[in-house]
Design a protein around this ligand. Sequence first.
Ligand SMILES: C[S@@+](CC[C@H](N)C(=O)[O-])C[C@H]1O[C@@H](n2cnc3c(N)ncnc32)[C@H](O)[C@@H]1O
Length: 288
Amino acid sequence: MRRRGRCVWMGDDPPWLQCAEQSFGSGNLHGQDGAKAFGSGDRTQRDESLRAGIACSAPVFPKAMWKQMKPSSNSYIPALGYRWLTRFYDPVVRVTTREATFKERLLQQVSIQDGYRILDLGCGTGTLALLVKHAHRGAQVFGLDADPEALKLAKTKLKAGGIRVQLDQGLASALPYAGESFDRALSSLLFHHLSSELKLEAMREVLRVLRPGGEFHIADWGKPTGLAMRLAFVAVQLLDGFATTTDNVRGLLPDLLGLAGFEKVGTTNSYSTLLGTVSLYRACKPYA
Ligand SMILES: C[S@@+](CC[C@H](N)C(=O)[O-])C[C@H]1O[C@@H](n2cnc3c(N)ncnc32)[C@H](O)[C@@H]1O
C-alpha cells in the first residue's frame, strides 16, 4: 500500500496523520495474525507503536513481527478492533454513528422486491440484515461475516426478533455463494476493515455473486466533510488501524468500485457523526 519515503503534507490529511499511515504501511494490527502477534490484552506495545507512528519514527516493529502482521487473505479485524470488545459493539455503534439514521437511509435507497435474494456482507451482529428482513418479509436475506462471535450475537438478536436470516461464516474476499445468485448486496461498516487489496477482492466477489443489473449498496466511513470530522475519525483509526481506513478517509471507495468492474457508481449521502463522516454509496453490475 502507499508508503511514502518522507513525511510531507499532501493536502488531504494533516501531516501527522500522514506520518501515522506511512509508518503502518499495510500492516494489520488486529486480524487473526495480529491478534496472535499481540494477544488481545497487550495494548501497551501496540499503543507505543501507534505513538511512535504518529511521531513519524521509523517502523518500530521487529521484522519478524512486521511480517506476521501483514494482512493475510484469511485474517479479519473484529467489529471494534479487538475480539473482547465485540460484545459491546451494538451500544457503542448506536450511540456514536447515528446508526439508525444511516442504516434506514441505506435501506431506502435499495429497491427490494418479494423473492429477491439479498446479501448483507460483513453483517456483524445482524442489525442491518434484521432491518432488511423486517421491511421485506418476502425477501431471502443472507448475512455473511468472518467472526463467529459476531454471528453468535446476530443469531440471538434475530431469534429474539422472530426474523429468519441465513447466517454464514466466511470471508468477503472468498464468498461461499454461486455466481449471479443475488439480486442486491448491502454492506455497512465493513470496508474500513479491509486492506486496499482485500477491498478490491471483496468488491470483485460481490460483482461475481450479483446477477447482471444487480446493485451493491454500501455505508462506510467516507471522506470527512471538514477538519472536525477528520479529527473525530482518528478514534476509529486508532481502534481499527490506519492501514485499512486510509482509502475510506481519502474517499476512494467509489474509485475501487469502478476498478472492480461496477458501473453507475455514486455517493448518495453523507452523515456527520461523533466518529467522523459516514458515506453511502451505490454501484451496479453491468448487464454485459
Ligand atoms: C464494524 S463491523 C460492522 C458490522 C455490521 N455490518 C454493522 O454495520 O453493524 C465490521 C464487521 O466486518 C467483519 N469483517 C472484517 N473483515 C472481514 C472479512 N474479511 N470478511 C468478512 N467479514 C469481515 C467483522 O467481523 C465485523 O463483524
